[in-house]
Design a protein around this ligand. Structure first.
Ligand code: IMP
Length: 199
């Protein structure tokens, strides 16, 4: 099956391609499918935003479209940055600026519990959809470590490994990340569905 990835984030696309490729899905970028859409994320949940992105790209291409909406949920910050993770601190900040702001806002806090959340939605041209969620618990590190991954990975500490997400290889990250879990869950949903993975 061919599906378009409804994302412009190159690192996210690479992670999704690596995992979906293993599932036997031929994935196209939006450019390869001939569209250039930046869908506004107006939803208040990961599910709503994933659906908005997947449906818009499915409608523009006429092909099944897979979107990922993800973010970092921090308990001590009442769930922030959550669905606003990509926009935390406003448009002037890059990934480094956003995690630096998060570390500043966590200064002096002893409850460091957080989790990465990822929702995958695939919208099909017949109006059907499949949705799956993955979560990866961790802690907000005291400082940044590692150069792999993207986004908040350098400050996402995995106590069971004694490393941040940015210190893992891509394979190690996919094995435990919210995105890897959501995609494996998504594969199960897909296999149970009328769409089937190789149709
Ligand atoms: P969106 O799904 O495009 O709204 O963006 C999600 C944002 O959450 C990204 O820009 C990152 O800041 C953050 N995020 C999502 N997944 C990850 C991850 O695997 N590592 C680090 N940060 C992530």
């Amino acid at each position: 099956m061919r599906a378009v990835l409804a994302s412009q984030n190159k690192k996210k696309i690479a992670e999704l391609q690596a995992i979906l490729g293993e599932l036997g899905v031929e994935v196209l970028s939006q450019q390869e499918a001939g569209v250039d859409l930046e869908v506004e994320e107006t939803g208040t949940t990961f599910e709503e935003n994933a659906r908005l992105k997947a449906r818009a790209v499915m409608e523009a291409t006429g092909l099944p479209a897979i979107a990922d909406d993800s973010g970092l949920v921090v308990d001590a910050l009442n769930g922030a940055p959550g669905v606003y993770s990509a926009r935390y601190g406003g448009p002037g900040l890059d990934d480094t600026g956003r995690w630096q702001l998060l570390l500043k806002n966590m200064k002096g806090r002893t409850d460091r519990a957080c989790r990465f959340v990822c929702v995958i939605c695939c919208a099909f041209p017949d109006g059907g959809e499949l949705m799956a969620r993955g979560e990866c618990p961790g802690e907000v590190a005291q400082g940044a470590q590692g150069a792999g991954g993207f986004g908040y990975d350098p400050i996402f500490y995995l106590p069971q490994l004694g490393k941040t997400m940015a210190q893992l290889s891509p394979q190690e990250k996919n094995g435990l990340s919210h995105r890897g879990q959501a995609l494996r869950e998504f594969q199960k949903e897909w296999e149970k569905s009328p769409y089937g993975i190789d149709k």
